[in-house]
Every structure is written in C-alpha cells, then in structure tokens.
Ligand binder design. Structure first.
Ligand code: ADP
Length: 250
C-alpha cells in the first residue's frame, strides 16, 4: 500500500532519515521499532505530510504522494494520529470526535463550528457516528466528559477513535503505549486488531513496548541512524545481530 523509496530528511547537516526504503503491505499491522533518535517519528512526519522530505519518494497504491499536505492525504484515507490540541480540551469527548471530518478536511475551526450550528441533520449524523465509535472503543461512559479530564490512555483511545470518524485506509500510530496502564493498553491493542480484521484498516505503529509489538505486529521493521536495519517477524528482528548491536550502542 505504501512504498517509501530512498527517503532522506536532513536537519542542517544532520541526517535524521538517511536513505530509508520500506513497504507497508495492505492489511498489515506493521511495527516500526528502533532506538531513540533512529528517525522513526521523522519518517512518520514525512509520510504524513507534516515535514517535506529532503529527497526520496513515497507512493500509496502506486500513486506518488510525496510531500502532499495532511488534508490531501486525509482524503486518500491516510491518517496519522495526533495529540488532542489544548484548545479542544474544554470540549467533550463526543464533540472532539464530531469535529474530525470538518477539521481534517482543511476547514478552519470557525467554519466548522458555524457549519455545525447550521446543519442539524449533519450534526445528528455525526453524533450517532461518534456514539458508535465510543461504543466500539468501550468508552461510551466518557462521551460527555471534558477531553482534558480523561486519562492518558483514554486520550489514546480517543485519538484512535478520530480515525474511525472517516474512512481511513491506513493509520500511523506514534507510541500509543507511552504512559498507558496495562489494562488500557490491552483495550487499545484489541481496538487495533478489530479495526484491522473487521474494517480492513492497515496500521503502521511506532512503539517501544515489545510485548505490545509482539502481540500485534507482523512484520516488524527496525530503524537505526535513519536507515532500515532489518525486517521480519518480531522473533527474527529481535534476534538479528545488527538490531541487537543498534540497541546496545545507545
Ligand atoms: P525517533 O522517533 O526514532 O526517536 P526522531 O525522528 O524523533 O527519532 O529523531 C531522529 C533524530 O533527528 C534525532 O536525533 C532528533 O534529535 C533529530 N531531529 C528530529 N526533529 C528535528 C528537528 N526539527 N530539528 C533538528 N533535529 C531534529
């Protein structure tokens, strides 16, 4: 589905991504691992249109998408989760979901609000959709809670929920497990598997928790120093000498 060819992203003279090439197969849950500073987040940001590449190419189903802005990628079904912005903290969990289709299509926040007020039927549709998403994620009880009041793990579920408000094809998840307790991490893992199996989502997941990666991901791609070091099953990658060396070297 996604092919990254010889991608570079330099910051001044520093090569954060240094000729990375990889593929993400349709229907996979691909894990991206590697020591801190390996270039994983930078690679995500380039694929998702947040950072222009220095050079190289990204294609989606054979079509070049290199450097397209996030809202153009959104229309193609390529989404990257992102943290709930400060200004949305005072809105309810449900409202945060209802805002997604308008926000990500490139409309300004104010347009979205005016449109929301003007079109009651659309509002009802979005509300029903949001409630369905919350039920899927087993957090219906949080619908009316202010987004700023929910826990870190619940916020991660909400971030995942946003991708369900639209027809996502591929979702890039950056460190879903960071600071999340085991129970919620399992809930997040279950939601990812169900979205993959029942709704055909493809995922690319950056994660440090190897248990989480082992449970969900095949294949796993390991990056170090801006390059792809190894790819295979979790076991293959974990036992790869170059991977072990890269982790020991940090
Ligand atoms: P990872 O996600 O694998 O930990 P990152 O992509 O966050 O790695 O970072 C790779 C390297 O690029 C790091 O050394 C980081 O300091 C550097 N880097 C990332 N973003 C910038 C930036 N905007 N300006 C300068 N250096 C950056």
């Amino acid at each position: 589905m996604i092919a990254v060819e010889n991608l570079h992203r330099h910051f001044g003279g520093f090569r954060a991504v240094d000729g990375a090439s990889l593929q993400i197969a349709t229907g996979s849950i691909t894990g991206l691992i590697g020591p801190n500073g390996a270039g994983k987040t930078t690679l995500f940001n380039v694929i998702a249109g947040r950072l222009p590449p220095t050079s190289g190419r990204v294609t989606m189903d054979g079509e070049e998408i290199t450097g397209l802005p996030p809202h153009a990628l959104f229309h193609k079904g390529l989404l990257r989760t992102f943290q709930i912005a400060h200004e949305f903290g005072s809105m309810s969990v449900r409202e945060n979901l209802m805002m997604v289709p308008a926000r990500q299509s490139g409309e300004t926040l104010w347009n979205a609000w005016f449109r929301r007020g003007a079109v009651a039927a659309e509002e009802r549709r979005l509300r029903d959709k949001a409630d369905e998403v919350l039920e899927f994620l087993t957090i219906s009880h949080l619908a009316d809670e202010k987004a700023s009041n929910i826990s870190g793990g619940q916020k991660k579920l909400l971030e995942l929920g946003r991708t369900m408000m639209v027809d996502a094809k591929i979702v890039f998840l950056d460190e879903v497990g960071a600071g999340v307790n085991r129970t919620l991490l399992n809930t997040i893992g279950d939601a990812i598997v169900r979205l993959n199996e029942e709704r055909g989502y493809t995922f690319c997941v950056i994660e440090h928790d190897m248990d989480f990666i082992a449970r969900l991901c095949n294949p796993v791609i390991c990056m170090a120093e801006g390059k792809v070091l190894a790819e295979g099953t979790v076991e293959e990658v974990k036992n790869d000498e170059r991977v072990i060396e890269a982790y020991l070297g940090t």
